[in-house]
Unconditional design. Structure first.
Lengths: 117, 111
């Protein structure tokens, strides 16, 4: 079955530690995205990538880093510079449409809940 | 920045009733999408409406879009307890490279 897989489901980070969240998709989607969700709130965009070896900052990129070495994979590293990393992290992917021609929405993973201990 | 704002923030209805959620946005868009999120899970895409469309249906879902008022509504007819979830609108701006999500409406359908 095609889909998008995030791992781990739960992650605990100590103060000053970097952690990496995994996101893998087998949908052959060009575009991938990382969102952060805080309790009772909407999604805020961290980073996105439209094509392999290229990515752009979203609205809250400070303290995060990404790579896109393979089409299938878009890992997110939460660095020690992110002062309040406790949140639910969602990865998504989509077909890359020309602006105004989208017919489908994003496919989301099931999320990683990160807690600072 | 949050492009979309949903209204109401929370809605509680009885099974069988209709549920209406509204979304307002600020800038020009290519399309507007609605998503559903069950507690602690990822989002599921429900429906996409383009800026040149005014109404769209999918099963028990009906979405309207008024670009002059920069607003959209999602109607769920004959609601079921299984419809209990958070519903988010998301807009694709004219650059087309990303979606911006609102803060969601928490819908509770009581059996």
């Amino acid at each position: 079955d095609g889909g998008i897989t995030q791992s781990p489901k739960y992650l605990f980070r100590k103060e000053g530690q970097n952690v990496t969240l995994s996101c893998e998709q087998n949908l052959n989607h060009d575009a991938m995205y990382w969102y952060r969700q805080d309790p009772g709130q909407g999604l805020r965009l961290i980073y996105y990538s439209q094509i392999v070896n290229d990515f752009q900052k979203g609205d809250i990129a400070e303290g995060y880093s990404v790579s896109r070495e393979k089409k299938e994979s878009f890992p997110l590293t939460v660095t020690s510079a992110q002062k309040n990393p406790t949140a639910f992290y969602l990865c998504a992917s989509s077909i890359r449409f020309p602006p105004g021609y989208a017919n489908y929405g994003y496919t989301f993973g099931s999320g990683t809940r990160l807690t600072v201990v | 920045s949050q492009q979309g704002e949903e209204d109401p923030q929370a809605l509680s209805i009885q099974e069988g009733e209709n549920a209406t959620m509204n979304c307002s946005y600020k800038t020009s868009i290519n399309n507007l999408q609605w998503y559903r999120q069950n507690s602690g899970r990822g989002l599921v895409h429900l429906i996409l409406i383009r800026s040149n469309e005014r109404e769209k249906h999918s099963g028990r879902l009906r979405v309207t879009l008024d670009t002059s008022k920069k607003s959209s509504s999602l109607l769920i007819t004959a609601s079921r307890a299984a419809d209990t979830a958070s519903y988010f609108c998301a807009t694709e701006g004219t650059s087309g490279s990303r979606l911006t999500f609102g803060e969601g409406t928490q819908l509770t359908v009581n059996p």
